[in-house]
Design a protein around this ligand. Sequence first.
Ligand code: CAA
Length: 382
Amino acid sequence: MLNFSLSDDQIALRDMVRKFVQQDIIPNAAKFDESGEFPRDLINKAWEMGLMNIAIPEKFGGMGLGIIEDVVISEELGAGCLGMTTSIAVNTLALYPILIGGTEAQIEEFAVPFLSSPKLAAFCLTEPGSGSDAGSLSTMAKEEGDHFVVNGSKMWITNAGHAELFTVFCTTNKDLKTKGIICLVIPANTPGISLGKHENKLGQRCSDTRAVTLENVRVPKKNMIGKFGEGFKIAMRTLDRTRTPIAAGAVGAARSAMTYAKNYSKERKQFGQPIANFQAIQFMLADMAVNIESARLLCYKSAWLIDNGQEEQGGYFSALAKRHAADMAMEAATNAVQIYGGYGYTKEYPVEKIMRDVKLVQIYEGTSQIQRVVIARHLLKD
Ligand code: CAA
């Protein structure tokens, strides 16, 4: 049976997040964008409302919510501020490797404490020399008795400056390529970890993005998630789950861009009439609507597949969703600025921020080009 309705619980969740966005996020978004300050109080509030760490299963005291709920939350947050959306979403990204590959004891030790206070975590895959080619990472974990000794550098790590826990992907033998990669859970206060400066970004300026350097960091072997060589697959399976909520954030941002542009086009008069009367404007708005609706449907389908155990198909659909949502949101935001004309290019109006913010969605969690690689490989395999 095909059903396009959200459940009553999902509608209540959506409405709660929408209210939070209207009351707390939208009035503060421009201020945090301007200063680049980390919105700690708003993150704490999101945690109190139960919008973080939502995937921790019920048997561990968590909410055990699925990707569908993550999509519902992310679209609403994305309609307010993508920088805040990313800061909130990255805890789920960082904890998924533990939930996917960890033992019950590891979930208890590393993930469950996130339910009792608004702590942050960071996912450390990317390096200065390995972004899209994640399998070529060089951070080295050398075995030494019952420990690993980790050396290397991670780059563009969201939440790094505020995280208490890192999930770090390292290699034990670069010759083994992806099969040499392991996943380690490393508390942020472990000696040998140092943080770079807060990156001064084009958009999503309030999300905290830094380099993380690891120098002779000693990590107990019990902190390895999964078996030797399973790290890469754990990272890929994590991204299969998180690319869809990230895509949903872009849907929310595009929805806001369309709403602002639509309202403005009805007020702004040129040639003696509201510019909404002109077909050039109507076509831009119509294309935004088509793309937003289709991207949202891809998000729901991708989420549904993963929530219903169809992981491989879900991974394919998460790439479809992220490719489409990121690129369409960029187009929608750019056209919203176009509809506002000169005013849209100033910080007096909200659309230029959306344009700067959505650009990052075409880059992080796998670029739009990497999503096409994933899609094409799926299409071309036997
Ligand atoms: N699920 C399970 N296993 C998978 C998988 C998946 N989705 N994708 C690949 N694998 C397996 C393959 O089956 C293969 O297994 P075998 O060795 O047993 O055959 C193994 O992993 C290696 O796969 P590939 O040969 O396909 O690997 P590759 O080196 O060609 O890379 C890639 C594939 C898709 C390009 C991958 O490198 C990739 O996704 N790159 C992008 C990285 C990325 O998204 N980074 C984002 C960082 S996080 C971030 O941005 C967060 C933030 O700031 C907010």
